[in-house]
Structures are given as structure tokens and as C-alpha cells.
Design a protein around this ligand. Structure first.
Ligand code: SAH
Length: 213
């Protein structure tokens, strides 16, 4: 996969913008965004859109989140190297790659078979280590629980109870909650198991649906 000067230049420009104008300041997040070749996760005909700050179709009626949304969610999640992270909604695999680049041990679930297969191919061609699962993320991943962090990249009508259960004591979850429009919600489970919820900005994600396709 070609990652030439033009790609690197566009990427740097976009990430500088997110840093200077959109409050993305976590150095681990910024350096991961600088490294992951986002254009590899889009069809080649859409190459010039890879570093635009907007969502984009990735097939099967789904979209890759805008760069700002990925950056914002990742910063809220406050991921540290070696943490065990569960992502719901692999989609293109771009967000998965960003988490892997930050050194997380990442498990990511996708309910669309075609997207799951494509993301698997893209991530392995870029040599990212990620455990991809074809399944219903609403149920989480009981076998691998508990997780330090859980990131949901589709809109959930409510907080899925099994995900909350699979979050470690002291763990954090970032999840857009709402029906047509969602509120980006940051959830902390303290060491006694109490839940603290913080609501952030409004957002629009494709819905979290049940079962596989
Ligand atoms: N993180 C992705 C964004 C993908 S969009 C990226 O970087 O490209 C959200 C994804 O969530 C879609 O691919 C959709 O198929 C998936 N999804 C929706 N409901 C799901 C569920 N119950 N389990 C797993 N994946 C789900």
C-alpha cells in the first residue's frame, strides 16, 4: 500500500487542524492518527476524501466516522498501551488500527460479514494486530471480559447491559446513546462498581443493530 508524501502531507495538515482548532491534544492519539494511513481504509476511487473531515460510505450501507469523531472518541477513551480494549462496530477497521497503533490489545466486533472480511484483509495487509470477531456486539465478548476500555462506534438506543457488565472496575466506556441523534456518552465504572456518566456533544452514527448479517 502506497503511503506517499502527498498522503503524509494531507494527513499532517488535517491532524494539525484537529489539534489547533478542535481540542484534540492527547499526544498518544495525535501520533497514532499521524501514523495510520487512513486512505487504505477507503476504496481507492475515494482517495482524496480520506483526509477530509467528514463521514464516508464504506459499503453495506455503513460509514467510516469523520476523522474528528474518531479522534474525539479515542481521546475520551484515554487508552494506554497494553490495555485490553473492546470495540463494537469494526466497519472499515480504521478506528481499530488507531487503537492498535496506540498499543492497545484490541478486540473488535462487526455484524456485517462483508465488512468484517474486508477489515480483516486491510488490517493484516498493514500488519496491525487486532482480534476481529464476526458477531453481535450488543452481547459483547464474554470469553475475553473484563475490558479496560470499551468503545462503541454505532449509535445505541440504550446502554447495552452486557457491555457495562464486561467493563473492568476502574474501566471506561465511550458510547453514542440515542435514537436518530445521539449524545456522546463517557461512562466510568469506579473501583466499587459505581457508574458515573458524563454527556458530551451531539453526534450521528449508524445504528447499533442486533444479530449478524
Ligand atoms: N469504527 C468504524 C465505524 C463504523 S460505522 C470505522 O472506523 O470505520 C459502525 C459499524 O457498526 C458498522 O459497520 C455497523 O455494521 C456496525 N454495527 C452496528 N451494529 C452492530 C452490532 N450489534 N455489532 C457489531 N457491529 C455493529
Amino acid at each position: 500500500m502506497l503511503d506517499n508524501f502527498r498522503h503524509k502531507g494531507l494527513r499532517k495538515k488535517m491532524i494539525d487542524y484537529l489539534n489547533l482548532n478542535r481540542g484534540i491534544s492527547n499526544p498518544l492519539v495525535l501520533s497514532a492518527l499521524l501514523k495510520v494511513p487512513r486512505h487504505a481504509f477507503l476504496d481507492s476511487s475515494f482517495l482524496e476524501f480520506a483526509y477530509d473531515d467528514q463521514p464516508f460510505p464504506i459499503g453495506s450501507g455503513q460509514t467510516i466516522s469523520s476523522l474528528y469523531t474518531v479522534a474525539f472518541q479515542t481521546q475520551l477513551l484515554d487508552v494506554n498501551p497494553k490495555e485490553k480494549v473492546l470495540e463494537i462496530g469494526t466497519g472499515s477497521g480504521y478506528q481499530t488500527a488507531v487503537l492498535a497503533e496506540m498499543g492497545a490489545m484490541i478486540y473488535s466486533i462487526e455484524r456485517h460479514r462483508a465488512l468484517y472480511k474486508k477489515a480483516k484483509k486491510t488490517l493484516s495487509s498493514l500488519h496491525y494486530r487486532a482480534n476481529l470477531i464476526y458477531g453481535d456486539g450488543y452481547l459483547g465478548l464474554e470469553n475475553e471480559a473484563p475490558f479496560d476500555k470499551i468503545l462503541v462506534t454505532c449509535g445505541a438506543a440504550e446502554l447495552p447491559p452486557l457491555l457495562l457488565k464486561q467493563l473492568k472496575l476502574g474501566g471506561q466506556m465511550v458510547i453514542p446513546i440515542g435514537f436518530k441523534e445521539q449524545i456522546m456518552t463517557h461512562i466510568c465504572k469506579d473501583l466499587e462498581g459505581n457508574i458515573v456518566k458524563n454527556e458530551h456533544e451531539k453526534c450521528q452514527f449508524v445504528p447499533l443493530l442486533r444479530d449478524r448479517e
